[in-house]
Design a protein around this ligand. Structure first.
Ligand SMILES: Nc1nc2c(ncn2[C@@H]2O[C@H](COP(=O)(O)OP(=O)(O)O)[C@@H](O)[C@H]2O)c(=O)[nH]1
Ligand SMILES: [Mg+2]
Length: 221
């Protein structure tokens, strides 16, 4: 009982901070993505693909969440992107307070797109508003088609679902029909993109969609 009360208080505080950050990001016309998924689903790989495709048209800033290391931030920095690393020291999700601190360490004044890569986890990040415009869930076919019904909250809250590693589907028993049926039963409006970061399949379509979102947000700049 006690821990539930504490959790409620944390979330209330989180939402207050998130709404303050959201209004600052809105004033700057920055489109913000909270990228969530299991460890190894391909979040950083998807981000690398997005950067490769749209970096010439838009300014991108990245906040990398990780338990302990700077490995993902180094991958993003190698692409010449403005990135800050948040280490949660064991915490399984990012919260708005951490984002507020990260934003003090990164210049986002010229950014069109801010991507936050959350800690690898399909459960806790669903509950924390990071002031994003869109939660993007990255799932890979090697995780199994049963995951939507096992982790419904994340699938209900995401605006976009990236089904990654589609190049590997023929080596698995992943049932695409069952997967779509279960996802749509939880969230009929979700946008689903099947992609492969390895072959590049589907990446252009994903980036076309994101460019549309970034442009509609930045229109009031
Ligand atoms: N075959 C295949 N491997 C991928 C794909 N995307 C990512 N990977 C691999 O999956 C592993 C985890 O990727 P990473 O981007 O680090 O995942 P993250 O932990 O979610 O950020 C790496 O070895 C990637 O090379 C893909 O589309 N196909
Ligand atoms: Mg990563």
């Amino acid at each position: 009982m006690k821990s539930i009360v504490i959790e409620k208080n944390i979330l209330k505080n989180n939402n207050e901070i998130a709404s303050k950050i959201r209004s600052a990001l809105n004033d700057k016309g920055i489109y913000t993505i909270n990228m969530i998924g299991s460890p190894g689903s391909g979040k950083t790989s998807v981000l690398e693909q997005i950067i490769k495709h749209i970096n010439r048209k838009f300014n991108i800033a990245v906040i990398e969440g990780d338990l302990y290391t700077t490995k993902d931030a180094e991958r993003i920095e190698n692409q010449g992107i403005n990135v800050v690393q948040l280490n949660t020291e064991g915490a399984c999700h990012l919260d708005a307070n951490m984002i507020e601190q990260a934003l003090d360490c990164i210049d986002i004044n010229n950014a069109d797109l801010l991507v936050i890569e959350n800690v690898g986890n399909l459960v806790c990040p669903a509950s924390y508003d990071l002031s994003e415009d869109s939660k993007i869930l990255v799932m890979s076919v090697t995780e199994g088609h049963d995951k939507p019904l096992k982790y419904p909250s994340m699938f209900q809250k995401a605006e976009v679902l990236i089904l990654n590693k589609i190049d590997l589907v023929r080596y698995t028993n992943f049932d695409i029909g069952d997967f779509y049926k279960d996802v749509k039963s939880l969230n009929e409006h979700i946008h689903i993109f099947e992609i492969s970061c390895t072959s590049g399949k589907g990446v252009q379509k994903l980036c076309d969609y994101l460019e549309g979102q970034i442009m509609s947000k930045g229109v009031n700049r």
